[in-house]
Structures are given as C-alpha cells and as structure tokens.
Design a protein around this ligand. Structure first.
Ligand SMILES: Nc1ncnc2c1ncn2[C@@H]1O[C@H](COP(=O)(O)OP(=O)(O)OP(=O)(O)O)[C@@H](O)[C@H]1O
Ligand SMILES: [Mg+2]
Length: 227
C-alpha cells in the first residue's frame, strides 16, 4: 500500500503535509508521533473518512479498521456487534437481515478468541472500556476478505492480560500476508511488533526506518520523546 504526497487541511490547520508512506504486505508498519501530529487523520484520509469499519480503498483493496475511540452501538450485544460487522453496506440491511448459522458460528469463534465468550449476550454499554476495545479489534479481524488492516491505538486502555492476546492476533494477520498499519504510543509495543516505522510530527514524516533507527533518531527524540 503506497500513498503519495497526501495533504489535508482542517480550516487553517494543515493536518497532513505531503505525507508519503509505503506499507508492505506481510509486514507490520508502525505510525508514531506526538498528539495531534496527524496519525488518525492519515488513516481517515486513506479510508475516505467513511466512518465505516470496512470497505474498499481507491485501488480496490479491501480494508478493515479500528477507530481510536471504539465506534460501537451501545444498545447492541457483543454478538450483534459482530454480526453487524459482517455486513458492510447498510445498517438498515444489517438490522433486518437474519444472520445465517454460519455467520453466527464465525462470530462466536472470534468472540472466543478475544476471550469475551462470557459476554456474548452482554450489551456493549455494559462493557468496560478495554472490553469495548477488544470488540472493536475483533470486529476488524472478523473481516476475513480484508487485505489492509488499520489499527488506531488498539492497545490503549487494554488490560495487561489482553495486551499479549491482541499482539498475537495482529501477528496472525501479518502471517496471512496482510498490510498492517498500526498507530501506537507505547514504544515497547512498537519495538516488539513493527517491522518498519514512520514518525509524524506536525503533519510531516520526520523519520522512517526500523523501530530502533527511528527511536534513536535525534529529531524524533526531540520532537516526540522530549529527550
Ligand atoms: N475533525 C477535525 N476538525 C478539526 N481539526 C481536526 C479534526 N480532526 C483532527 N483535527 C486536527 O488535526 C490535527 C491532527 O489530528 P489527529 O487526530 O490526526 O492527530 P493524532 O496524531 O491522531 O493525535 P493523537 O495521538 O492525540 O490521537 C490536530 O491539530 C487536530 O486538532
Ligand atoms: Mg489519533
């Protein structure tokens, strides 16, 4: 997945300034940078700010994504949230379409993978923040035909128990040959998970390379790590 010279403005603010990135298939690409540096905006632009968790990008590739703040319907149960994720085009269609036994089975399998089986019929509004994040991540992973996975701070708010679980799930997606782009603030996670990293600062790419190369870069240390 290649992007060239992406620019994006919010009124007078230039949120993205000539951003070009290349994310290889079968690799995990990290996107890091200070708050407000444009990370989420980049994913929103790449996915055409669809507010959908899956769909097609310009080159026809199918993506699945998570949002920084889980975008779930609080009145649906965990199972219903997954069944809804399997339909892309219209929520009206989703609500009036009866899910097949096969769809229910595969939804339950993913719910088991994220260790929320005991909450299968719990309404989303009664889940903790971390549990909602798990549902959001599980939903993105349930889009089996996706070739690109965008994850916006998937680890933020997760418990210590869930963090290794989500790491394993993301590594599985990499093994399937998907493009994985992950936005993350925790440098330990970046070091252990990412093959390549881009660093954004004030809407510009200020460094790229392996996690170690980026985290040892003088400009990155000054801009981001405050060293
Ligand atoms: N909908 C919006 N309307 C106006 N300005 C916005 C909007 N979304 C983002 N911005 C601005 O664009 C810039 C980039 O924001 P963005 O959310 O992409 O940063 P980020 O790197 O994801 O930050 P964080 O690490 O806090 O999530 C910021 O200055 C932000 O205030
Ligand atoms: Mg963000």
């Amino acid at each position: 997945m290649k992007t060239y010279n992406i620019n994006h403005h919010f009124g007078g603010i230039q949120a993205l300034n000539d951003v070009s990135i290349f994310c290889e298939e079968g690799k995990i690409t990290g996107l890091i940078g200070p708050n407000g540096s444009g990370k989420s905006t980049l994913v929103n632009v790449l996915t055409n700010v669809l507010h959908r968790m899956h769909g097609k990008v310009e080159n026809g590739k199918h993506f699945a994504r998570t949002f920084q703040d889980a975008k779930l319907w609080s009145n649906l149960t965990v199972l219903e949230s997954f069944l809804m994720a399997q339909k892309s085009e219209s929520w009206l269609y989703s609500i009036f379409h009866f899910s097949s036994l096969e769809e229910i089975k595969s939804a339950k399998e993913i719910i088991e993978r994220i260790e929320l089986t005991h909450h299968t019929n719990t309404k989303v509004r009664n889940l903790s923040y971390g549990q909602r994040k798990l549902v959001e991540i599980g939903r993105a992973l349930s889009v089996t035909n996706s070739q690109i996975l965008y994850l916006d701070e998937p680890f933020a708010g997760l418990s210590d128990i869930s963090t290794p679980l989500v790491k394993d799930l993301i590594l599985e997606e990499k093994k399937k040959g998907k493009v994985v782009l992950i936005i993350e603030h925790d440098m330990n996670i970046i070091r252990t998970l990412c093959d390549y990293v881009y660093v954004l600062d004030a809407g510009k790419v200020i460094a790229e390379g392996t996690p170690d190369e980026c985290l040892n870069n003088k400009e990155v240390k000054e801009a981001y790590l405050g060293l």
